[in-house]
Write a protein that binds this ligand. Structure first.
Ligand SMILES: Cc1cc2nc3c(=O)[nH]c(=O)nc-3n(C[C@H](O)[C@H](O)[C@H](O)COP(=O)(O)O)c2cc1C
Length: 187
């Protein structure tokens, strides 16, 4: 079972990307978590239906679509920007939601987590991302996981300092893998 981990943050020192690295360490047996390179989101053009309809989409779009389609499931970690999902991540979801019936996100089993240094753990961004992914055609599973005061829970070397958070990540990955198993076996 191969789960692709997609961070909505582009910055090198991202807490959300760090959270996904920690999730990879916390994964249950039989579940492999691969981090999607954030450059794969940064390199995308803004979604343009004319560009998409031409049939000759940019290489960055093809790469993203192929990588997301090939995963058994996807775990997203989103920061919150002004109360919602960062624009780059929304743009990536838009590209991965087309062409509608054969899109990378159509029927894909996904889960969402999010982290912030503040008191709310990107909870509005998570709620919006779950809504957006569902409308895009994905199957959103598992509970929200708002990671508050994330800077106190992740060490500089990437280790998780919070045992309860490690356990919640392990459980969420287990749920994601179990929900994805029948779907990816049938595909
Ligand atoms: C443009 C911008 C808007 C932000 N808006 C919010 C917000 O609405 N709510 C919040 O909790 N944090 C907000 N923040 C702070 C982010 O949660 C914080 O920078 C976080 O570390 C970003 O995630 P990352 O570490 O994965 O890059 C904002 C940061 C930026 C740069």
């Amino acid at each position: 079972m191969r789960i692709l981990a997609v961070s909505g943050s582009l910055r090198a020192g991202s807490h959300n990307t760090g959270l996904l690295r920690a999730a990879a360490d916390a994964a249950p047996a039989g579940v492999e978590v691969d981090l999607f390179d954030p450059a794969g989101i940064a390199d995308l053009p803004l979604y343009d239906q004319d560009l998409d309809a031409g049939g000759d989409v940019p290489t960055s779009v093809t790469r993203l679509r192929e990588a997301w389609a090939a995963a058994d499931a996807i775990l997203f970690a989103t920061p919150e920007f002004n109360g919602s999902v960062p624009g780059g991540l929304k743009n990536a979801v838009d590209w991965a939601s087309r062409p509608r019936l054969e899109a990378a996100l159509t029927g894909k089993t996904v889960a969402v987590v999010g982290a912030s240094p503040g008191q709310f753990g990107a909870m509005w961004a998570q709620a919006d991302l779950r809504k957006i992914l569902g409308i895009a055609g994905a199957r959103v599973v598992g509970d929200e996981l708002p990671v508050t005061r994330v800077h106190e829970k992740l060490a500089a070397d990437g280790r998780l300092l919070d045992a309860e958070l490690a356990e919640r990540l392990r459980i969420l990955l287990g749920t994601l893998a179990a929900e994805a198993a029948p779907v990816s076996a049938a595909a």
